[in-house]
Write a protein that binds this ligand. Structure first.
Ligand code: ZN
Length: 161
């Protein structure tokens, strides 16, 4: 197990367009493995390489159905829309409402460079969109409809209705 430091909003690495992976070597496998370890340790459902300071088109996702490793992923079709809450390991302590496509078709490569293609729906589609945005320097806060504020702070609840 190896953990990498998660970079946070304000770091310029989160705002860069990542380069495609060209070498499917041991270094890529180590990156994927470290990213999965880091994601699970942080209790996240996805992590993109720029979040650990690596400007390559690599993401890992696990929404509870097992680990998915995507290299050079591309959304080739999208349809519908869904609106719901989203957070990000690089934007700690904040959440927002974001509208995303409800269904996607995705093409990518695996750790060996083999082509893969799959469909993603609902929360899985949301996770894919969120992580792929990271590869283009986009954070969910750039496109959220509104921020979610916890209501367990010291505001006077009686004045809300
Ligand atoms: Zn994120």
């Amino acid at each position: 197990m190896a953990y990498r430091k998660i970079v946070e909003i304000g770091d310029s690495k989160l705002r860069k367009v990542c380069k495609p992976v060209e070498k499917f070597d041991q270094r890529l496998k180590t990156l994927l493995s470290d990213m999965a370890d880091t994601m699970y340790k942080a209790d996240g459902v996805g992590l993109a390489a720029p979040q650990v300071g690596i400007l390559r088109r690599v993401v890992v996702i696990d929404i509870g159905d097992g680990l998915i490793e995507l290299v050079n992923p591309v959304i080739v079709e999208s349809e519908g829309s869904q609106t719901g809450p989203e957070g990000c390991l690089s934007v700690p302590g904040r959440r927002g409402i974001v509208t995303r496509p409800n269904k996607l078709r995705v093409q990518a490569q695996d750790a060996e460079g083999n082509a893969i293609e799959f469909e993603a729906e609902e929360f899985f589609a949301r996770a894919v969109c969120h992580e792929l945005d990271h590869l283009d320097g986009v954070l969910y806060v750039d496109k959220m409809d509104e921020e979610i504020f916890d209501d367990d702070d010291d505001e006077d609840e009686e004045e809300q209705d």
